[in-house]
Unconditional design. Structure first.
Length: 294
């Protein structure tokens, strides 16, 4: 029998959700409306009013070749981070799901990276990948100049990608392990009796059954890669060397707070927001048709 909660005082539910509504309005909707206003106006660096310019700010960034290069870099960053993090997390979840000796310990250890703040992880990885110290520094002593993210943009971007992927492993691991544990053991046991090895059982039996979880994590990881990379990049590379690690969300900060181009930064933030919305829409509209829930 369905049960519902009824309040004699009609204003009590609104009073209970008022704190959350205030937070959403103040920290989400109000900044969004301000960004929309600035994106279509010319905001003076030190105040003094706005001038309506229409789509001039958007046309300015769309005509900039460096901006499109940054968009491509952001897309590569998001895809690489998502792929690395999800593949490693799925592999770890598959081993833990087999209930081998010591899996209870690993089940808790693998979640730890998710509890670490991004700036703290960035500092640690910057030391690990330092060309003069840390683990990679020992390799540079054997082959001098083999690794140097301070002057090589590809090295710097790879360093940030690895750190971001590592941070997401714990989050993906939780979902993958939960999805694998919901699969009836009889299916895996039947595959084993037919002679299928663990990898073949994963590809032919388990992975198709956890497709909804994979689909959900792809969306969440891509959105996180586009929007949550600021802290890592600011701590590890500050967008360098020569802008090789500047992605869309970090470039908004550089143009807005360092370059004092508030209108251009607002236009870029609107483009990023629309990109994330479009990505989510495309995923749910077309990719979900290929997902089998039963």
């Amino acid at each position: 029998m369905e049960r519902r909660a009824y309040y004699k005082n009609g204003g009590l539910p609104w009073l209970l959700i008022a704190p959350q509504l205030i937070l959403v309005l103040v920290f989400f909707y109000w900044p969004t409306t301000q960004a929309l206003y600035w994106a279509f106006t010319l905001e003076q660096p030190w105040g003094g009013g706005n001038t309506w310019v229409g789509f001039a700010n958007f046309l300015g960034i769309f005509r900039d070749g460096q901006y499109w290069a940054m968009v491509g870099r952001s897309a590569f960053y998001a895809i690489a981070t998502t792929a690395i993090s999800m593949v490693i997390a799925l592999t770890l979840a598959a081993f833990v799901d087999r209930s081998l000796k010591g899996t209870k310990l690993f089940q808790s250890v693998f979640v730890w990276p998710y509890a670490i703040a991004a700036p703290a992880a960035g500092v640690a990885f910057r030391f690990i990948f330092s060309p003069d110290a840390g683990l990679v520094g020992a390799i540079n002593q054997i082959w001098p100049g083999l690794w140097n993210p301070a002057i090589n943009g590809a090295h710097a971007l790879a360093m940030v990608i690895v750190c971001h992927a590592w941070l997401g492993i714990g989050y993906n691991f939780i979902f993958f392990l939960a999805a694998l544990q919901m699969i009836p053991r009889s299916l895996s046991e039947a595959g084993a009796m037919d002679g299928a090895r663990p990898f073949r059982r994963m590809m032919d039996l388990q992975l198709p059954l956890i497709t909804p979880t994979v689909f959900f994590l792809i969306i969440m990881n891509l959105i996180s890669s586009f929007t949550d990379s600021f802290g890592l990049i600011d701590v590890m590379t500050e967008g360098g060397p020569i802008g090789s690690t500047e992605v869309m969300v970090y470039n908004i900060y550089v143009d807005g707070f360092k370059g004092l181009d508030y209108s251009g930064a607002a236009a870029q933030s609107i483009v990023l927001m629309l990109l994330v919305i479009a990505l989510t829409f495309v995923q749910f509209k077309w990719v979900e048709k290929r997902v089998h829930y039963n």
